[in-house]
Design a protein around this ligand. Sequence first.
Ligand code: G4P
Length: 549
Amino acid sequence: MGSDPVSAVTPAPPLSDDRPDRAALDVVREARRRRTFAVISHPDAGKSTLTEALALHARVIGQAGAVHGKAGRRGTVSDWMDMERARGISITSAALQFEYGDAVINLLDTPGHADFSEDTYRVLTAVDAAVMLIDAAKGLEAQTMKLFAVCRHRGIPVLTVVNKWDRPGKDALELLDEIAERTGLTPTPLTWPVGIAGDFRGVLDRSDGSYRRFTRTAGGATIAPEEALTAEQAAEREGSAWQQAVEEVDLLDATGADHDQSLFLAGVTTPVLFASAVSNFGVGALLDTLVDLSPAPSGQPDENGVIRELTEPFSAFVFKVQAGMDSAHRDRLAFIRICSGVFERGMVVTHARTGRPFATKYAQHVFGRERESIDVAYPGDVVGLVNAAALGVGDTLYTERPVAYPPLTTFAPEHFAVCHSRDTAKHKQFRKGIAQLDSEGVVQVLRSDRRGDGTPVLAAVGPMQFEVAVHRMEHEFGAPIELERLPYSLALRTDEASAPGVAAARGAEVLQRTDGTLLGVFTDKWGLRVLQQNKPELTLEPLVAAQLA
Ligand code: G4P
């Protein structure tokens, strides 16, 4: 001890029994302030607009139109983000963090397109709640339903926001029926619109019967001022529109569609709010509701179902790996969700899969093109670890007491293509690129002895994943590829013993995933059924289907 140069000049602080407790209290206090959620919606329901409106409300940005890189908004940096821009989808954004009052909001972005549902699924493993955004005119759309199914599967509480109330749309009560019938959740409106869809004046707050009246601002670019009025003032001001809202709310009261926190957390009910993201109407109410109702981070179950409490030493899991976000840097980011303890930049953590140490030298908040260095983070927060080449999706990091979080589910691919290098001189780049896309989960990479290592089969849930792979192989890795589509549409898990029997079947093949899993792939379900009937002894287990995950 005496030879320690540090303690020679700086007397060590007296060890007091309450120090660990104070650190634990700190973690609990910080975790309690956090709300980590994602917005799920069908493309075009207004997710990007709402994200901007939320940031605007929290005064992170001065004007709507600053966060995302969509057409007409701020440009993006990487080459293949151009593809996102052209398509109006977002694959690369990560998490927006901002303070709202005493709360810290972590808003995780999900890709809008169904072809990236696996990526969305991974993001949803990292949130504590979801906001289901519905277009008032369209109601529940295909992708909303799929994403909702993911939330139900994972037990994520869902808040519903009916958006675009400034435009003509469905009747509010009709929308509630649709939510109840199609999701099985009981909608419990917290606010009720005053003025029909297309004539949005404000909302009746069901908690106390008061009125929040909105004022339009030029182009919805700034926070819409809200006026708080009593029921009497509202009746005078809005006349029949207020009267109608009151009558409809009486109907809701009679059917008992009231908020119950435990039923919401149990996934039985969904609180409903009405908004117009583009006019910034109802956005403050959404933030208040998120803070009041959505759950703060809590202890997470490990792969054996044992809870790692928030106050235990640091632990986190990787839910997304993304390279090529910034063409100037060509770096690779691993995004972790912190589950327990405190993250401090520079700390050395253990990579559970390999047992190797990992130094967290560069840690960032990343949202679109915005990047900011992080020094300290707490449970619920998302940290982008820069150049984390060894980390793959689903990996766990920890300090002190070991832990491994459950592996992330891989979806059953439905599209398959043989990958040929278009430039044989680029052998090394080809291998590197394919390995990278595989570890990011951009596509699944399948191999077999028959096809050889030089022509792997790429498998995807949606064909747009192939477009990303082709684009990135050429522009990021300098190894252009050509894809030859295969006629398969089904994949099931098989094993060593059954593989020869499966491979011998007509219209079938056996391929191996990088994690060692053997997949039997089939052109259609009829061929599969015939095989199962003729050879019931073969192992053929269904993988998680995208729509059921
Ligand atoms: P997404 O991320 O869910 O795909 O949707 P996004 O926010 O890009 O919104 C899709 C379109 O819907 C945009 O119009 C947007 O302005 C519009 N929108 C979003 N929220 C509202 C709302 O509350 N009311 C109305 N009336 N429209 C809304 P666009 O014409 O495709 O693009 P833009 O040129 O207006 O940006």
